[in-house]
Design a protein around this ligand. Sequence first.
Ligand code: NAP
Length: 556
Amino acid sequence: MADSAKATELDAVVIGAGFSGLYMLRRLRDELGVSARVFETGDEVGGTWYWNRYPGARCDSEAYMYCFSFDKELLQEWNWSGKYPEQPEILRYLSHVADRFDLRRDIQFNTRVTAARFNEATNRWEIETDQGDHVTAQFLITGIGCLSAGQVPDIKGLDTFEGDWYHTGAWPHDGVDLKGKRVGVIGTGSSGVQSIPVIAEQAAHLTVFQRTPQFTIPARHHTVDRDYLNDVKANYDALWDKARKSAGGFPVDPSELSALEVSDEQRQAIYEAGWAEGGFKFFFGSFKDIAVDRRANDTASEFIRSKIREIVKDPATADKLVPTDHPFSSKRALIDTNYFETYNRDNVELVDIRHSPIQEITPKGIRTEDGEYELDIIVFATGFDAMTGTFFKMDIRGRNDLPLKEKWATGPKTYLGLSSHGFPNMFMITGPGSPSVLSNMPVSIEQHVEFISDFIEYLRERDISVVEADADAEEAWVAHVNEIANMTLYPLANSWYLGANIPGKPRVFMPYPGGVGAYREKCDEVAANDYDGFVLGNASEHFARVPHESARIQIP
Ligand code: NAP
């Protein structure tokens, strides 16, 4: 086996030791036999699950599918405790994976990659870290996650605040003692919706500063027993097969029904059943047209609005919590445990900062147009500079010394979310333009890692040292992603999918919304056609243009 610890000339450098980096290392080192090193900023594996330790942090993919499928023994030996895994349990799982496959010896922790430049004379990447490493590698592979650059809004006066403040995505490892404290949470996305009910139980008083009200569905989390686990494990092959061919990476049967073709009673009964069962089945399993037809969506949106009014006892608070400015699921769909119920507690107050914006943070708390709210702790559940932010924290330069940040100045441009023209031998695991955040991530991560490692094997067998996305194929893919996004209701919301949460970020839909099944078929077809849409070339030769069909795929 390769041991990369001392080498400065590597076959591959992988950035990040979350789900992506761990599996990439396993494939490169143990199956391809190439030398690879992973650089990881944290002092442990885990990626997202290493950093996001806020109260209530858990995954909203069901646990039995939020894991690796590449090793059947691993699948059989790990036992999840409940329907939705909590952050510490996922972290334990990833640590177990690292131990089981002896991955840590090729991971350099506490090390941030600061720069990576493609040297056109050698056809190698030159990589620098904040620990003074200078290494070269034929391949640069990013496993940096889609949501890892935390976003603390630039609010006047934060530096004057006398209390403590935290971002959910960089939560202290020892936790935060909220007992007896007056806590303010800014933000009601996934992190806010998960943490607010738990913080409310611990703090003396909680003030939630809400800019956009959210649609959220009850998770109905529960623990699972041995019979459940045995049943899942006996059926894993079929479940994974179904998930890989599905839209969202879950083994669910999508509904064939239109919300507009059933009676009012039938529609209500279907929504009630989805609400009672909880989780994303409400979305996938109810009607086929919720995500694409505004009138169909209105029926689901209105159902959830009626539930909010039913749950929240104070009508004025309910009014503030009812979303009216975007359709259900056009922002990231949410599931929750006791979110709306939390607003019935005596120690919880909701402040509508859409109508009464935050003016400043004062030494004592937060001042809005309505007055000052005194706080001991501020929690920023304000999200991330998604999909591109972490790339831009590094100085990545391709051919002609072109910075990636410059190439993507008007929005990310990739072929299949895997590769960007002008950046040879660089692969992105779940990069912009791939299903990534619109799917159950491990399913998408495994597919990308396998595509990349198969591609590297193909190149090595043919002694091809350089590969790059073709410019036309990339343009066609970007246009295709936008075309599908425009067939959905996603563009109707101001979401991080479009970069709308970051002031000045170009409004471009970043993930691929055509579904993981269709996307996988496209990638398989590309591979079967000698990596159609990529330009392959030897170091000593000019690039040979590989003919390619249009990058378009038909979405049924
Ligand atoms: P988010 O979805 O981007 O939500 C950020 C929240 O902060 C929004 O309510 C936003 O309001 C608000 N906000 C942002 N800037 C603000 C400002 N300047 N002033 C006032 N409010 C501001 O971030 P997140 O909740 O951390 O979630 C990000 C993504 O991470 C999720 O969508 C999901 O993909 C992932 N995640 C997943 C899980 C899971 O269970 N698997 C858990 C947590 C996170 P607006 O809506 O008005 O912009």
